[in-house]
Design a protein around this ligand. Structure first.
Ligand SMILES: C[S@@+](CC[C@H](N)C(=O)[O-])C[C@H]1O[C@@H](n2cnc3c(N)ncnc32)[C@H](O)[C@@H]1O
Length: 276
């Protein structure tokens, strides 16, 4: 039986570029706020990064640490790392997203080393593993073949190096759908103009996406973290941190998300062992 090969890599990347032209506008204010408000770094997302930076600083004995922020977008992670003494190369396919990164890095007096190319081909080019840390935030579900990219990440990490991935959506259990719906209606009741802003945002994205046909900017609706761990361990990674994040954005409903283990995303800190 012949299998549908799916859309070509070029079609997928072109869809990602058109979608993210609009998303860049939405991300800019938030990225600037995150980059300039250390109080916001008191969050599990940055705690796991700090763990990696701390261990690498000890093992590298004062040598500089080079990180790759893969599918780094507007630089939320890169800007944090740079402000913690890490040198960063940010990879992305979207000129608009990376322009935001360049702009904010410039405002903070930081370098912006950008590789504007699909991650799959960028990782093919390099032959010696140069990175001590690779980060992929809200990234894997955008990739057609993320298992293959995880193998490429492994090959491009120095022994002892870390891969940190977070914010990919988990498969939505029924309790997540129910709580999500309840919050949606509560928010609409409390702030009708927020609902209007949401509709406007969606129309804006559609308008941009119509310029080029959207195939699927999120290649996978969800990523099963247990299956991902299995893949990573088969490649050779050791799991250092596995964290599931309960959803919820309203103060009154937030405890319910935690109580019912309504997890919406996960984080994984993986390490390439010193001896393989
Ligand atoms: C949801 S955004 C995440 C951005 C950033 N990591 C963050 O957490 O804010 C996904 C990013 O992946 C980029 N992207 C999608 N496919 C890509 C590919 N094959 N190679 C490099 N970047 C890609 C998009 O342009 C977009 O900036």
């Amino acid at each position: 039986m012949s299998q549908d090969p799916g859309p070509s890599r070029e079609a997928v990347i072109s869809a990602n570029v058109s979608e993210h032209a609009q998303i860049a506008i939405e991300y800019e204010a938030r990225t600037r706020e995150l980059a300039t408000s250390p109080a916001l770094w008191d969050h599990w997302y940055f705690d796991h990064l700090r763990t990696a930076i701390h261990e690498l600083t000890e093992s590298e004995h004062g040598r500089s640490i080079l990180a790759l922020d893969a599918l780094g977008g507007t630089g939320k992670t890169a800007l944090f790392l740079q402000q913690h003494g890490v040198d960063v190369i940010l990879n992305d396919v979207s000129p608009e997203m990376t322009d935001v990164y360049r702009r904010i890095a410039g405002e903070l007096g930081l370098d912006a080393r950008v590789e504007l190319t699909p991650i799959e081909s960028y990782l093919e080019e390099s032959t010696t593993p140069p990175f001590s840390l690779i980060t992929a935030s809200s990234a894997l579900h955008h990739l057609q073949n993320y298992e293959q990219v995880i193998q490429q990440f492994y090959d491009q990490l120095k022994p002892g190096g870390f891969l940190y991935t977070a914010w990919d959506p988990l498969p939505r259990r029924r309790v997540v759908r129910w709580l999500g719906k309840a919050e949606y209606y509560l928010k609409r009741m409390g702030d009708p103009s927020a609902a209007l802003r949401g509709v406007r945002r969606r129309i804006g994205r559609r308008r941009v996406a119509r310029a080029q046909p959207v195939v699927d900017h999120e290649f996978h609706k969800a990523i099963d973290d247990a299956a991902l761990i299995d893949v990573a361990q088969r490649i050779g990674f050791v799991v250092r941190v596995h964290h599931r994040n309960a959803g919820g954005s309203l103060r009154i409903t937030k405890p319910l998300w935690t109580r019912f283990h309504a997890y919406t995303s996960f984080a994984l800190l993986l390490q390439r062992p010193y001896t393989a």
